[in-house]
Design a binder for this molecule. Structure first.
Ligand code: MF3
Ligand code: CO
Length: 256
């Protein structure tokens, strides 16, 4: 069931999103060769606490087994698609790309955001992947408007990604956000018939989060039980924003 938010709730989500965007931006400034992902995790936890929020993913019960997610920050490197816990012992190297995914709860409302950046100098292909993935998030957000359905978002993302020779991950999708980090509806980043039946309406708050691979769209779960990686070892990137269509019909990117 989709939960449409009141204007008051959207304002609270905007506060949550603003905290998140600031925190993630500060973490990005600290990404360089030699940094341990645990340092980024510690930094994320400190910054969120300083701003009066709570990390959304740490201890979140995810996946069928209902295990608690171990970290606040997901730091997915190179062929890792999403959900790599930011644990000790992982050192960033020049040329890596790292996806940073973080969620914040503030006054009972969640926001969810991700960026992917290069560590030092990266390859031309990796840079193209980052550019296209960022661009398709923008194209998806452009379609988030009254009169459209979620299928328009998926179509726009898929078309541009595939036109550039990349593929869109299918198994994982965006989602509603609000008093819970994951709510209905599912927000696929590719065209589906089902999504045609989900109109975009005032009060809707969703996370749009395209995951784009340089190779095939298939992914696999790694042995840690959390991290998804591309099945063929190709590079993967993700960008995510939490967006709202407010009660006045105005589109708002909440994680800015
Ligand atoms: N941002 C991720 C998503 O929307 C969730 C974080 S990882 C989790 O799927 F395991 F905690 F869910
Ligand atoms: Co999300």
């Amino acid at each position: 069931m989709i939960i449409y938010k009141t204007q008051k709730e959207i304002e609270l989500m905007a506060e949550s999103g603003k905290i998140l965007a600031r925190v993630l931006n500060e973490i990005v400034q600290n990404v360089k060769p030699g940094v341990n992902t645990q340092d980024l995790e510690d930094f994320a936890e400190k910054l969120i606490a300083d701003k009066g929020g709570r990390p959304a993913f740490k201890n979140y019960k995810a996946y069928p087994e209902d295990k608690a997610f171990p970290t606040a920050l997901c730091a997915s490197i190179n062929d890792e698609v999403v959900h790599a816990p930011a644990i000790p012992g992982r050192i960033l190297r020049e040329g890596d790309i790292i996806g940073l995914d973080l969620g914040v709860e503030y006054k009972g409302y969640f926001s969810d955001m991700a960026v992917t950046i290069g560590v030092g100098k990266i390859s031309v292909e990796a840079q193209k992947l980052l550019n296209i993935t960022k661009a398709v998030l923008g194209l998806g957000i452009e379609q988030f408007k009254e009169g459209n359905t979620l299928a328009d978002i998926g179509r726009a993302i898929q078309f541009h990604a595939e036109k550039n020779g990349f593929s869109v991950v299918r198994e994982l999708v965006g989602h509603g956000v609000g008093k819970q980090v994951h709510e209905d509806p599912r927000v696929p980043n590719y065209f589906t018939e089902e999504a045609k039946f989900v109109p975009i309406k005032r009060g809707m708050t969703i996370a749009i989060e395209p995951m784009i691979n340089t190779g095939s769209w298939e992914i696999k779960l790694l042995d840690d039980g959390w991290t998804f990686a591309t099945a063929d070892g190709s590079l993967s990137a993700q960008f995510e924003h939490t967006v709202a269509l407010d009660r006045n019909g105005k589109k708002r990117i909440l994680t800015l």
